[in-house]
Design a protein around this ligand. Sequence first.
Ligand code: ADP
Length: 326
Amino acid sequence: MESLAIITSGGDAPGMNAAIRAIVLSCHAKGIKCIGFYHGYNGLIEDECLTLTPEMVRPILQYGGTILKSARCPQMHTDDGVKNVAKTLKRHKVDSLVVIGGDGSFRGMMALQSYWSGRLIGVPATIDNDLACTDSTIGFSTAVSTATHAIDKIRDTANAFERVFIVEVMGRHSGHIAFNVGLATAAESILSFENCPSSSLEQVKLSLIEQIQTQQKNNHTSFVIVLAENLWPGGAQGLKQTLNDTANIESAVCVLGYIQRGGSPCPEDRILATELGIEAVEAAYSESGVMIGKEQGKLIRRCIIAATEQKKPVDQAIHSVYQTLT
Ligand code: ADP
């Protein structure tokens, strides 16, 4: 292998820079030219790139975001867009492309397989942690930590005012962040896809109201609801309205939003990103269409189809802990 290219694609996640650093340093040690393309697949279509050197990546480990920038690229949903990506890779004589991103970015890799015969390696980076074949994705631990610290602060105000607080967390369509953050902050209620299927929202509403009223009658204290984004019609504001209209319960809303995507990666994400990055370069010598993951302490290589065809469910043990405590 003489030349390897990297993109960061889709939602940025803390630790993407750590993965870039590991890949670049690993390529340098092996005498492989490493090219970074900007703005995800867009940079491959527009041929926006630079050769990455160890000097460029040595100081980036501790920073969130990505020095290669990230973006969505609608053209990847067309044959012409994918063909243009392939053309750029051929022109630069790239042997292997490492895609650092989430399941959408890996679907882009699958599309590219039809037009490019080089080797394709995925490194899972998304705060949502929804990819199968890895216990954790790069960025997830940091996002949980960021949201936990934020809710600890909200709890102080909630306690002072004996208030109901609805805190909406990210996760797209999975509840890894909601459940982990809910447990870490001793939330009185966690509302997520796994325990609140859309058909049961009426029942969820009634039992939530009962829970809040019981708690408010018995103790003067706060009540924190951790709500997964995209779950409740109208989001956190919608739930606030529902509680008010149905039971005259007042609540305050905080949508944590993008603060969960940013910030310095925590040590777990820095280490995970470094391990996955180094393994990606190793895999790029002989494999294609694989994602590098880590399960039960071991680095693994799995077909990207297996990694993306099903969302990884929230750990059953985490569910059980929540049920035991509520
Ligand atoms: P993430 O990688 O974080 O899941 P997205 O779902 O937004 O983020 O996907 C990132 C990019 O990957 C998209 O903008 C698009 O360029 C590419 N992509 C996503 N799905 C597909 C698909 N089915 N076919 C081709 N490319 C895709």
